[in-house]
Design a protein around this ligand. Structure first.
Ligand code: ADP
Ligand code: MG
Length: 255
């Protein structure tokens, strides 16, 4: 049965989608059948893998109970990587889900039908701790928290950890934190080095070894609808995401 990873942080623009798309691609390329589920109405992961954001059926149909997850699996340009696309209409789920008691488990229940077909399932969360992220955290075994190495990096992380603890307690005792991933690191600046040290000091044993550098190739890859590892396999961003994917697979195997 596949391990489910939520990529979550209520802050926007910290590298969640970039991490979800590129780690999914690296893991699939390494030989593991992988599924990426886009649960952000912005559908950036969907577009970043070259799939149209008006694709139906999509994850909104699954969360609304209109179809099974297995019916929404879209092919990507990467072998062994499937995508469940998001749709702008998914934004409506933020007001619809809370009106339906027990709706926190929708995604977890939908996944039971397909988990066996994949080694890894990655959930790209929206930038909030609302009903969509809660659905992801209830369905997940582990959480990866991308943290941008900028001045306000630590801001909000305490709140996120509180939410994770609450979900562990109330809804999903299996949930563990895989780790925090430092992203968009600019090694030339003292600020980035200071922030890295601060985050590692603050959360010892919780920060992944790999650091993702700021790299223009990473930023431009989505406009071509492909992961950076396909766009430019030899840039520093690709190297880092390959390394990080190895770290994720190693850590998963050790538990
Ligand atoms: P989130 O999903 O957390 O909102 P994204 O992954 O969409 O964040 O990243 C925000 C922006 O930063 C996007 O335009 C993305 O292309 C860019 N970006 C992410 N990681 C990097 C990186 N390592 N180097 C350069 N640009 C990056
Ligand atoms: Mg995103």
């Amino acid at each position: 049965m596949g391990t489910v990873y939520a990529i979550a942080n209520q802050k926007g623009g910290v590298g969640k989608t970039t991490t979800a798309v590129n780690v999914a691609a690296c893991i699939a390329e390494a030989g593991f059948p992988t599924l990426l589920i886009d649960i952000d109405p912005q559908a950036n992961a969907t577009l970043g893998l070259g799939v149209a954001k008006d694709t139906t059926p999509n994850v909104y149909d699954v969360l609304a109970g209109r179809c099974a997850l297995a019916e929404t699996l879209a092919d990507t340009a990467i072998e062994r990587l499937k995508l469940v696309p998001a749709h702008p209409d998914l934004a409506a789920a933020n007001s619809e889900l809370p009106r339906e008691p027990g709706s926190e488990v929708r995604l977890r229940e939908a996944l039971t039908g397909v988990r066996d077909a994949f080694d890894y399932v990655l959930l790209d969360c929206p930038p909030s701790l609302g009903p969509l992220t809660v659905n992801a955290l209830v369905a997940a075994d582990r959480v990866i928290v991308p943290v941008q190495t900028e001045y306000f990096a630590l801001e909000g992380l305490a709140g996120l950890l509180d939410t994770l603890a609450l979900i562990q307690r109330e809804l999903n005792p299996r949930l563990t934190i895989a780790g925090m991933l430092l992203t968009m690191h600019d090694g030339r600046t003292r600020l980035a080095r200071d922030v890295e040290r601060e985050v590692r000091d603050h959360f010892p044993a919780l920060v992944f070894e790999t650091v993702i550098p700021r790299n223009v190739r990473v930023g431009e890859a989505p406009s071509y609808g492909r992961p950076v590892t396909h766009h430019d396999p030899h840039c520093s961003g690709s190297d880092a995401y390959f390394e990080f994917a190895k770290e994720v697979v190693r850590a998963g195997a050790a538990t």
